[in-house]
Design a protein around this ligand. Structure first.
Ligand code: IPM
Ligand code: MN
Length: 385
């Protein structure tokens, strides 16, 4: 149902998180004004710097606020002091000390049942790649356009670990329920995209028994419920070179959690780097959107990080909210935000150091404003035509 206002919880986090998220929130506010959509935005401090000060991950009641929100927008977590990451004390639900910020990332993914981590790998026109420090056009836009759907609640991410005689064991858990729902999600996505209508299952099932189980479920669901979709299989090691060499082979890729983590960063290379890679953690009831890059402490506080991944994550949030609430304004707004980002990239005038090098680099906040200006122009032009 269309709502009169949408409640958004924002978790800026650590490092460059707050800077890139500020840009994304500004674009969100502009979008609200241009499309006449009300957003109630509440920002909650969290992450490693917060933990250092208060000895807790975030203020009491924050998880409940995430649970009650229509959607969550996350920056990045991970704080360093003297080059060392800040860890929380051992406690539930994680039996081991964890990086401060896990409550936001892993906690929300698991407790809100955000079972599909959706990471589009898309190269926009005009984006060049940095190889050996040189910017060059290597991959062609249109030929890099697929989506990694990463299982987001289990595999090696259970938080469990135990001591054995001469080391430690961390289990890999693959359950039927979690696998069925994520592979169905991937097949439905391939149907909706209508491109190659193909889903590739990427795993290490030649060696990990639990991944064999993942692949068997993928095959069973695919063959019995999605006869119109082509099934494709790859082992993750081989996939890593194919996704660089022939990204055009892929449409939708589904993978267990850790494999999905690795191939989505690897794939980001072919979309111009992590500065452009966005993702959504999606469940049936809740969703949380984030740039897939980390907190990048060495770039923090310098207004130099690329905000486009955060803005693209916000665009995915609008799109998801629109589908969830059957609100066409949101879906139209999502398309326009993406078009504005694409236009800023193609013009190439206002981009951060990672895309154009230090001499021509614009500031993080400049790029955010350039997207807002472009968005305004696009909306005015479409209203006038
Ligand atoms: C990601 C990140 C996280 C993950 C970290 C921060 C726990 O790398 O979102 O990809 O491993 O899932
Ligand atoms: Mn990752």
């Amino acid at each position: 149902m269309v709502k009169s206002a949408y409640n958004i919880v924002v978790l800026p986090g650590d490092g460059i998180g707050p800077e890139v998220i500020e840009c994304a929130v500004n674009v969100l506010k502009t979008t609200g004004r241009l499309f006449n959509i009300a957003f109630h935005i509440e920002s909650i401090p969290c992450g490693g710097h917060y933990y250092l000060q208060y000895e807790k991950e975030w203020p009491d009641g924050s998880f409940e606020k995430c649970q009650a929100a229509d959607a969550i927008l996350l920056g990045a977590v991970g704080h360093e002091v003297d080059g060392r990451p800040v860890f929380t004390k051992p406690g539930k639900p994680y039996p081991e000390p964890q990086l401060a910020g896990f409550a936001q990332v892993i906690g929300n993914r698991q407790k809100l049942d955000l079972y599909a981590n959706v990471r589009p790998i898309k190269l926009y026109p005009g984006v060049r790649h940095k190889i050996h420090g040189e910017f060059m056009q290597v991959w062609q836009p249109g030929k890099v356009d697929y989506v990694v759907v990463r299982e987001n609640t289990e595999d090696a991410y259970t938080g469990e670990s135990q001591t054995i005689a001469d080391g430690r064991i961390t289990p890999i858990r693959i359950t039927r329920r979690a696998t069925e729902r994520v592979v169905r999600f991937a097949f439905h996505l391939a149907r909706r995209r209508g491109k190659q209508k193909k889903v590739t299952c990427v795993d290490k099932s030649n060696i990990i028994g639990a991944h064999r189980y993942f692949r068997e479920i993928f095959r069973r669901i695919g063959e019995s419920e999605f006869p119109d979709i082509e099934l494709d299989y790859a082992y993750v090691d081989a996939f890593c070179q194919w996704q660089i060499r022939n990204p055009e082979w892929y449409d939708v890729v589904v993978a267990p959690n850790l494999v999905g983590d690795i191939i989505s960063d690897n794939g980001a290379t072919t979309q111009g780097g992590l500065g452009l890679a966005a993702g959504g953690n999606i469940g049936d009831e809740h969703a949380m959107f984030e740039p897939i890059h980390g907190s990048a402490p060495k770039h923090a506080g310098k207004d130099e990080a690329n905000p486009l991944a955060a803005i693209l994550a916000m665009h995915m949030m609008l799109d998801w909210l629109g589908a969830q609430h059957e609100d066409e304004r949101l879906q139209r707004a999502a398309q326009m935000v993406e078009a504005a980002v694409a236009a800023v990239l193609e013009e190439g005038e206002t981009l951060t150091y990672d895309l154009v090098g230090p001499e021509r680099a614009a500031k993080c906040s400049d790029v955010g404003r350039a997207v807002e200006t472009k968005l305004r122009h696009l909306v005015e032009r479409s209203a006038g035509s």
